[in-house]
Ligand binder design. Structure first.
Ligand code: UDP
Ligand code: MG
Length: 149
């Protein structure tokens, strides 16, 4: 089973879009394994985005992600990494397809509302960076037979 870490970034929280964004993922049938409201500090932001260190947008990215509370959540299931990325849409909202979260709710790359893990390996590493094992819930969903054949 893959696990994807999603972050509803400070703009999503400030704009009152937690519910609408989570609804997209929930309605699709994706399963939540954990969720919390938190503030990302400078050190955590730099670790999470370490792959982008040295790029021109790094400082503004760290400033953005630490600028207010975020909602972090874990989604689990077969193939969820790609499915969540498809539902989130292209990194730059101006190119993101209509019907995607970024394509429907955002206009600029520096305010693109949501993070989602980009590979199974990064998903595992990011889940561990943001959640303790005991914060995650292993649960049976009674609707699974209507979502998975
Ligand atoms: N970003 C930015 N300017 C850029 C590229 C990226 O502000 O030119 C920000 C944007 O918030 C993006 C994040 O850096 O979501 C991480 O970039 P990545 O390429 O990993 O995009 P993502 O995986 O979020 O689609
Ligand atoms: Mg990325």
């Amino acid at each position: 089973m893959e696990r994807s870490l999603i972050i509803l970034k400070p703009d999503a929280v400030q704009r009152g879009l937690i519910g609408p964004i989570l609804s997209r993922l929930e309605q699709r049938g994706l399963k939540l394994l954990g969720m919390k409201l938190m503030r990302i500090d400078d050190a955590l932001a730099r670790r999470h985005y370490a792959v982008h260190e040295g790029k021109p947008f790094f400082a503004s990215l760290v400033e953005y992600i630490t600028s207010g509370p975020v909602v972090v959540a874990v989604i689990g299931g077969n193939g969820v990494i790609q499915m969540v990325r498809n539902t989130v849409g292209a990194t730059n909202p101006s190119n993101a397809a209509a019907g995607t979260i970024r394509g429907d709710f955002a206009v600029e790359i520096g305010r693109n509302l949501i993070h989602a893990s980009d590979s199974p390996e990064n998903g595992e590493a990011e889940v561990k960076l943001f959640f303790q094992t005991e914060e995650l819930v292993d649960w049976e969903r009674s609707t699974d037979a209507w979502i998975y054949e």
